[in-house]
Design a protein around this ligand. Structure first.
Ligand SMILES: C[S@@+](CC[C@H](N)C(=O)[O-])C[C@H]1O[C@@H](n2cnc3c(N)ncnc32)[C@H](O)[C@@H]1O
Length: 258
């Protein structure tokens, strides 16, 4: 229990040990660019942290991701918070026709494109949109209503501000009827005291982890959209044998739009 409750602290220390050196060097070489633009500084920091932590996390979750992504993700795919493009290697390239990667952090774009191409996607199948999900106006300029077959997110919904508004609007506007939302996310612990601890950690945690909210109530938010038809599935990951004190309880979701 104690190890699980303290896990965010060890992760923050880990992030500091990765991000501090490169970020200080970058500030020294371009002080104006980074110090006058706090959002650019935050993106630089998180990209450096994710370049080190992301591959290990992807490897650890690899079997689960493959089981979730390969059989389900198909057609025109819109990935929220595509990061460094780690999901692409799990695509069934016979069934994915187009990949739209939404990634607000410009520092990740080069590696994202490189990994998408390395996974076997063709250049003309890839569209990169460099904004957050909340910027629906920019997204609308680039994609047609009801044109997305699969919305995919792994570990990104927690970083979207006002998720209930922005994701539900996105699903209602852009997902085709019978389209699906497929996700693997850490979520709010259903138990009260662990959830309170997640809430207490969140203001500090989100500074060092790209705006991620440890206490994101993703499952209840997605459940509340009122657009799903029967057949949705939500499977707990790592639940059997868990202590119930997890600060990072994960859920897989496959939701079908009516
Ligand atoms: C923890 S990383 C996960 C990256 C990738 N999905 C993966 O599994 O490796 C979270 C990602 O969400 C992105 N992100 C942050 N805020 C976002 C927003 N408002 N809308 C969309 N993506 C966002 C971050 O830039 C980052 O790439």
């Amino acid at each position: 229990m104690f190890i699980q409750v303290l896990a965010p602290i060890t992760e923050i220390i880990g992030a500091w040990s990765i991000g501090l050196g490169p970020t200080l060097r970058a500030i020294l070489s371009s002080p104006v660019k980074l110090l006058l633009h706090p959002s650019a500084l935050k993106q630089f920091w998180f990209a450096k942290v994710w370049q080190v932590m992301g591959p290990g996390m992807d490897e650890g979750w690899g079997p689960t991701k493959r089981e979730l992504v390969f059989p389900h993700v198909k057609g025109v795919v819109f990935e929220i918070g595509a990061g460094l493009g780690h999901s692409c290697k799990y695509f069934d390239l016979e069934r994915v026709t187009k990949y739209i990667a939404l990634e607000p952090d410009e520092e990740m774009h080069l590696e994202l494109m490189t990994n998408a191409l390395k996974a076997g996607l063709k250049e003309d199948q890839i569209v990169l949109i460099g904004c957050g999900l909340e910027d629906l106006r920019t997204i609308k300029e680039q994609i047609e209503p009801e044109s997305i077959d699969t919305i995919l997110s792994t570990f990104s919904l927690c970083s979207v501000p006002s998720l209930s508004i922005h994701l539900s609007t996105f699903v209602k506007t852009f997902l085709v009827p019978s389209g699906q939302l497929v996700f693997l996310e850490h979520v709010r612990n259903p138990r009260t005291i662990p959830a309170v601890l997640q809430k207490l950690y969140t203001p500090i945690w989100s500074i060092w982890f790209g705006g991620c909210k440890l206490d994101s109530d993703t499952i209840n938010i997605v459940d509340s959209f009122g657009v799903w038809k029967e057949g949705r599935q939500v499977m707990a990951v790592g639940a059997p044998g868990g202590s119930g004190w997890e600060m990072f309880p994960h859920r897989l979701g496959i939701y079908l739009k009516a």
